[in-house]
Design a protein around this ligand. Structure first.
Ligand code: NAD
Length: 498
């Protein structure tokens, strides 16, 4: 971990933020702005200009013009620019982490070791693999052969969620740009800041103007971007609800779509598991980023013989989590991202209390002292939950863990799979046969055995069922940012049919 740069803090106020188009900031003609607030104290950090149709047109035109030469540039050149951007991002990690903590309220202890770093890792991975990606040749004797060229798609629209703003922008732009596409990225309206720094850094690294653009705004801006005729592909990270709207809109022009959506993932802990590992995973898989992680394991199924001891220790460890000022390096959990989300999460805490489940700890708004101004909620654990309780079924996206006892392997699999989501899952056991049997049976895009929320760039990440379409990361992401062109070559004559 690098030491904090102290460039940004809770008192930071910034000038009006704009969109970034064609290598420079672009003032908006809409005259509309929205407020960006610091979740730690509810103070306005800055105003942000909304991108309207004129700015979206300008961004898509810039990206479209830049596509001509960027897509034709040697992979080695693209790779060098992306690696240079990743190196600048790493060297400015402390400052960017502070800006991310300001925008999201996530503790500096997290943002300084995860957000920028895991984004840079993905850019580096795609910058490195792209030179090894080629097409295919098929011999078609006696007198023909075919070439399968892998070609970029064109202008890709990236739309981000607010929980990992800069990481999401890098997870989308890294593979898109490496493959020769250009991008117009719209960050979530709650967290507009770090995508702009990413755009500046790409420019500094030598990325030609127009290859990566940022437009600011909420659903209206996102929707106008998705439906823009110049956009070839849309990649969204967001809620299931938004995913369905975006898919429907993109379908009108048969645009390619990747969707990284929500989840309500299960963690299944057997009595033969390493108890402490399972406990550590359940805690980090529920409370990291104040529970605002799409792949969090919010339904923790625990084998009956160890159930009581497990919930007792979960409650003790949860109560010891240090909730506080995101800029204090000792803070383990910050506030939620926005007032609207805070109220939604508190509503689920209330539902949980009234559900009949056993309330072990937490779920309170902090209403005294300095933290009372921010959107702070203490981490909550509810035991003896029922599968059909509303807070157990819905994605809460906050620090609310449900613990559910089970008796047998078959029962655990059935109940873990009984959800419309399928983003992630985990099984904790020391038995090799059981680990793989359960991992194969769990219906999720990623299943961890004796681990949780580990997402290296080399392995694909994405959802089954309503948790999404397509995959980010791994070589699979190359497929989603390219299309195959078959070139059939005839070395013989053409038969005279008529
Ligand atoms: P959201 O769906 O409200 O918003 C996501 C983005 O979509 C924002 O930029 C928003 O402005 C934009 N948007 C909203 N309506 C739109 C429309 N009609 N057309 C185009 N764009 C539109 O989600 P959120 O509240 O920002 O994020 C939380 C959700 O994201 C959770 O459900 C979480 O699970 C999910 N998420 C998933 C992953 C993943 O990788 N699977 C990662 C992080 C977050």
């Amino acid at each position: 971990m690098t030491s904090p740069a102290n460039k940004y803090g809770p008192e930071t106020s910034l000038p009006v933020q704009q969109s970034y188009v064609n290598g420079a900031y672009l003032p908006s003609k809409t005259g509309e702005t929205f407020e960006n607030r610091y979740p730690g104290n509810d103070e306005v950090i800055c105003e942000v200009e909304v991108a309207g149709q004129a700015e979206i047109d300008a961004a898509v035109t810039a990206a479209s013009d830049a596509f001509e030469s960027w897509s034709q540039s040697p992979a080695a050149e693209r790779s060098e620019i992306l690696l240079s951007a990743a190196s600048i991002l790493r060297s400015r990690n402390s400052e960017l982490a502070e800006l991310e903590s300001l925008d999201t309220g996530k503790p500096i202890a997290e943002t300084s070791v995860v957000d920028v770093i895991t984004g840079a890792e993905v850019i580096e991975y795609f910058a490195k693999v792209i030179q090894a990606i080629g097409g295919r040749h098929v011999d078609l004797p006696p007198a023909a052969f075919a070439l399968m060229r892998r070609e970029p798609l064109g202008v890709c629209a990236g739309i981000g969620a607010w929980n990992y703003p800069i990481q999401i922008a890098m997870w989308k732009s890294g593979p898109a740009l490496a493959c020769g596409n250009t991008m117009v990225f719209k960050p979530a309206e709650q967290t507009p800041l770090t995508a702009l720094r990413l755009a500046e850094i790409y420019t500094e690294a030598g990325l030609p103007a127009g290859v990566f653009n940022v437009v600011q705004g909420a659903a209206g801006t996102g929707s106008a971007l998705v439906s823009h005729p110049g956009v070839a592909k849309v990649t969204l990270t967001g809620s299931v609800e938004t995913g369905k709207i975006v898919l429907e809109q993109a379908a009108r022009e048969l645009k390619k779509v990747t969707l990284e959506l929500g989840g309500k993932s299960p963690i299944v802990v057997f009595d033969d598991a390493d108890f402490d590992n399972a406990l550590n995973a359940a805690l980090v898989g529920n409370f990291y980023s104040s529970g605002q992680v799409c792949s969090n394991g919010t339904r923790v199924f625990v084998h009956a013989p160890i159930y009581e001891e497990f919930v007792t220790q979960l409650a003790q460890r949860t109560q010891a989590i240090r909730v506080g000022d995101p800029f204090d390096p000792a803070t383990q959990m910050g506030p939620l991202v926005s007032r609207e989300h805070y109220e939604k999460v508190l509503g689920y805490m209330e539902l949980a209390r009234k559900s009949g489940a056993r309330h072990l700890c937490g779920g309170d708004a902090i209403s005294e002292g300095d933290l009372a101004r921010g959107y702070y909620v203490t981490p909550a654990v509810f035991a003896n939950c029922q599968d059909d309780m509303e807070f157990v079924k819905d994605e809460v996206f906050g620090p609310l863990m449900s613990v559910l006892p089970f008796e047998s392997e078959e029962e655990a699999i059935l109940r873990a799979n009984d959800t419309p989501f399928g983003l992630a899952a985990a099984v904790f056991t020391t038995r090799l046969d059981r680990a793989h049997r359960v991992a194969n049976a769990l219906r999720a895009g990623i299943v961890w055995i004796n681990a949780y929320n580990v997402t290296p760039p080399e392995v694909p990440f994405g959802g089954f069922k309503e948790s999404g379409l397509g995959r980010e990361n791994g070589l699979e992401a190359i497929e989603s940012y390219t299309q195959i062109k078959t070139i059939y070559t005839n070395l013989g004559g053409v038969e005279k049919t008529y």
